[in-house]
Design a binder for this molecule. Structure first.
Ligand code: URA
Length: 197
């Protein structure tokens, strides 16, 4: 059953949503985080990039993808002529850092997902790029592998979704960068089609 707070969240405007995330104590991550990490960028962006959860650096600074993986994400954006904050919004499935960056737990995702859903409703992006297995599987409510999900258009509440590797994974698996490049080109081409539709 949907939690009671769900309908409330779905009516929030940006300031209310930011406030609700900052004050959230819906799961135990509230007691271990330094601060919440809401998301950053153009609130009317056509592109929405979604990662997993804040890491240590993000937890410290309150902004998504500011560590090593974030630098690679910036390069990935640059590869398709995008820039953080310019027609781009960046958010995570979880707004709080799991201790020691452990995998997010089901209950945490269930509690946090309404925030991402509302962000998507307010931003109204033309395309979502899910970064990595965890983001892809939770956004698409599937257990399929990245390999199976790549190269196809999926859907999150009516918004097209493309899946690619997480930049932190790519830092450890350099040969897969070629596949990520393919995904980014697919995303760029898809966006062109969406823009001209
Ligand atoms: N990894 C993520 O998935 N998100 C961040 O914000 C940072 C690292």
């Amino acid at each position: 059953a949907a939690p009671d707070r769900h309908p409330l969240i779905m009516q929030m405007d940006w300031p209310e949503l930011k406030q609700a995330v900052a004050a959230c104590e819906a799961c135990s991550l509230a007691s271990t985080r330094t601060q919440t990490v809401f998301g950053v960028g153009d609130e009317h962006a056509e592109w929405l990039f979604v990662g997993e959860a804040p890491g240590a650096e993000e937890d410290k600074r309150g902004e998504p993808f500011v560590g090593a993986a974030g630098q690679l994400l910036d390069n990935m954006l640059g590869a398709i002529q995008l820039k953080r904050g310019e027609n781009v919004y960046i958010a995570n499935v979880l707004k709080c850092r799991p201790p020691q960056n452990r995998d997010p737990q089901g209950e945490e995702v269930v509690k946090c997902d309404p925030f991402l859903k509302r962000q998507v409703e307010l931003i109204k992006p033309k395309l979502i790029v899910a970064l990595g297995r965890f983001a892809a599987q939770s956004v698409l409510a599937t257990e399929q592998s990245i390999g199976a999900l790549r190269g196809k258009l999926h859907d999150y509440h009516g918004v097209p979704v493309i899946v690619t590797y997480h930049p932190a994974y790519l830092l450890r698996n350099l040969p897969d960068k070629a596949k990520a490049w393919e995904d980014l080109c697919f995303a760029r081409a898809t966006m062109r089609n969406l823009q001209s539709a």
